[in-house]
Ligand binder design. Structure first.
Ligand SMILES: Nc1ncnc2c1ncn2[C@@H]1O[C@H](COP(=O)(O)OP(=O)(O)O)[C@@H](O)[C@H]1O
Ligand SMILES: [Mg+2]
Length: 299
């Protein structure tokens, strides 16, 4: 057991991740308290997805000076090695992807039931495995995201926004204590995006779940998250109240020029309360394809 400060959901110490000699995450330290809702922002390629994957133990940090990731008081990984607890911890972390990761040919209810996979020791791939009680819980989760009425419908018939809400219901069914959402609204229309963010906000406020959400649209971060962590070139260039983000800082965050030291020197590191939000106009880079079972916290 790692001695984490009380109430800490995620603790990252000196994380380094290098891909082909190019650093994707550099000496990153981050603490997120239980029950926080944090927006992870930054331009495409700044390291947001890589960071989330390390928190979930889906990616391993560098073997030399790789640092450590602790989740819910236990070690996920340290210096390039996943801990023995990593798999068990994954079941307590829900992962939501831009592309929803539903099984098209299964119903909404069946997709939601997949959230139980992490709790079944030897999954045999059979829907009959699920008990009446589990079905009841899955229906409750669907009601929570406003989709109970279409529980029997095939996932393939749903709109993008509905599919993302099923993915959230699956994380609820999983009883995830932490939800990591990687660009959950990047491919949704504004109305669906708003609904998805409101559901995440309510899961945070009502159920006290810790949520880390990467957002390309900074205006959504400002509207729904109290705290923002901004990445640039794999380093944190802002960590604070979203109220303290302003247009000039965000311009520099999304500009292709300007290194981290330059940003620090510019005094834009922590901005006074100012004008809110610009929408970043970059198109989210496709995240790598993820295994559904990973999404359900199974592996
Ligand atoms: N599997 C990978 N192999 C090689 N490079 C990668 C891989 N995943 C990410 N990267 C690189 O790491 C950096 C950060 O990527 P990523 O975390 O996907 O950024 P973001 O999610 O902020 O767009 C980028 O330079 C990207 O090209
Ligand atoms: Mg990404």
């Amino acid at each position: 057991m790692f001695a984490t400060p009380a109430g800490m959901a995620i603790e990252i110490r000196g994380l380094n991740k290098t891909f082909s000699h190019k650093p994707a995450i550099s000496r990153l330290n981050l603490e997120i308290g239980a029950g926080e809702m944090v927006a992870l922002i930054g331009a495409s390629g700044s390291g947001k997805s890589t960071l989330l994957r390390h928190i979930a133990g889906l990616s391993c940090c560098d073997k030399t000076q790789g640092g450590q990731v602790h989740v819910l008081g236990q070690t996920v990984q340290s210096n390039g090695f996943l801990s023995r607890d990593a798999r068990r911890l994954r079941a307590r972390v829900g992962y939501i992807f831009q592309q929803f990761n539903l099984v098209d040919r299964l119903s909404v209810l069946e997709n939601t039931l997949l959230g139980f996979l992490g709790q079944i020791p030897h999954w045999r791939g059979c829907m009959r495995l699920f008990s009446a009680e589990q079905k009841e819980l899955a229906m409750e989760a669907l009601a929570r995201v406003g989709l109970a009425e279409i529980a029997r419908q095939r996932a393939s018939t749903l709109s993008g926004g509905q599919q993302q809400r099923v993915a959230i219901a699956r994380a609820l069914t999983q009883k995830a204590e932490i939800i990591l959402a990687d660009e959950p609204i990047a491919s949704l229309d504004p109305e669906s995006a708003r609904k998805v963010m409101e559901i995440l906000e309510s899961i945070n406020a009502r159920d006290g779940k810790t949520i880390v959400v990467t957002l390309h649209q900074v205006d959504y971060a400002l509207r729904y998250c109290r705290r923002a962590v901004a990445l640039k070139n794999g380093q944190i260039v802002f960590d604070g109240d979203t109220e303290n983000l302003n247009g000039a800082f965000l311009d520099s965050l999304y500009s292709v020029t300007g290194s981290v030291p330059e940003l620090r020197a510019s005094g834009k590191w922590r901005m006074p309360p100012g004008s809110a939000g610009i929408a970043a106009n970059e198109i989210a880079r496709e995240i790598p394809h993820q295994n559904l079972l990973l999404a359900a916290g199974y592996q």
